[in-house]
Design a protein around this ligand. Structure first.
Ligand code: AMP
Length: 142
């Protein structure tokens, strides 16, 4: 069973500017920023600005807008990181692997022969995240 949206989740705090994030793209409807525990170099998260817990409660029109942003970010991340491929992940409810309860899509650059690192593994150094974010921002700005 799914629960109500909690406005104190960590991504809501990022949206309100209460905690920092390495942002790579933003418009009226969506925000994209670096995952702090990247499963691949350049791992980026894409979230809507409106409150939605996950795919089970988001308005379908907002989901359509969000997935278009995911495609755009995936193209930008792949180009910026020089990746060979991209893995998209999205988890729903604890049983589905969800940890943060504001809907988000993972955009994970993939490189031939390099496995993904584990979910919720190590935090990347801030300077590494900042460097990857700068590369991705530069591509997405064009
Ligand atoms: P999940 O809900 O399973 O998709 O996992 C949440 C994801 O959010 C994980 O990949 C975490 O590394 C990531 N994460 C958690 N806190 C932050 C944060 N403050 N900034 C960026 N990414 C985060």
């Amino acid at each position: 069973m799914s629960s109500a949206y909690d406005p104190n989740n960590i991504f809501a705090k990022i949206l309100r500017g209460e905690i920092p994030a390495h942002k790579v793209y933003e418009d009226d409807a969506v925000l994209a920023f670096m995952d702090i525990m990247p499963r691949g170099d350049g791992h980026t998260l894409v979230i809507p600005k409106l409150p939605a817990r996950n795919i089970l409660d988001i308005d379908p029109a907002a989901l359509a807008q969000l997935i278009q942003a995911v495609q755009n970010v995936a193209l930008g991340v792949k180009a910026a990181m020089g990746a060979d491929g991209v893995t998209i992940q999205q988890f729903n409810e604890p049983a589905g692997g969800q940890v943060v309860f504001h809907i988000h899509f993972h955009v994970i650059p993939r490189f031939e022969g390099i496995p993904m690192r584990p979910h919720s593994g190590d935090m990347a150094p801030p300077e590494v995240l900042a460097a990857h974010a700068a590369k991705i921002r530069a591509v997405l700005a064009n």
